[in-house]
Ligand binder design. Sequence first.
Ligand code: DGL
Length: 271
Amino acid sequence: MDGRPIGVFDSGLGGLTTVRELCRLLPGEDIVYFGDTGRVPYGSRSRETIVRYARQDVAFLRTFDLKLIVIACGTVSTTALEVLAQENPIPVLGVVAPAAAAAARATRNDRVGLIGTQASIRSGAYEALIHKEDPAAQVFSQPCPLFVPLVENGRFKPGDVVIETVAAEYLAPLKAAGVDTLVLGCTHYPLLEGVISAQMGPEVTLVNAGAEGAWAAAARLAELDALSGRDGGGTCRYFVSDRQEDFSRLASIFLGWDVTGAVGQVDISRY
Ligand code: DGL
């Protein structure tokens, strides 16, 4: 048993979809969350910049005595997981492998759609892992660079004409390809589930990378015999690199509960 907290980070709010699932699965675990809200989005940046930002995020999180870190960000998982896992003495897990495995299990016609940030799609990491699990799978990928800024600005609800128009354009080629499974390869996208599912139709299975990452982290902790051993009472501390007020308001929507305690502000350039 291990009572130390789990560290979770993302470029912004998206990783809260992983936190939400972790809290549901493991209510007795303490969590420290960092959202790099001052530098979001990561997905349009170069590999070098993403690795540099991710190293700083991990360096901040490691000022806490953590037992495991979850990269609750598709972009960092596709681009910097190996580097971070090598450089740190505690387990560092991403969301890509668990989401790829879930997609391979879910598809019945071997036609899998993938949406993610430009950096994630460019990396080819999801495709490689889906093929590893299901060599017959054809993967149709589509970068969706406008999704993250729209979600971070609260534009994710069905009925919002801006997000619906953007989604229709991004998803049209995947619909035309006849995919029966769609990987939401960025942890911001589960907020768009309503909009995406309305466009793709009920017969398309959506794979939520944020939730898959949480399930994989819970399984790894159990394997390592590193769960806290508590049934409830876990706490969650939040830190961001930009205004705390904006974060608290939107975070409540991502999490499905109010962020009540103080949110810390971090000068991430110091790490
Ligand atoms: N949530 C991040 C991801 O999963 C968003 C990336 C970004 O900041 O562009 O990819």
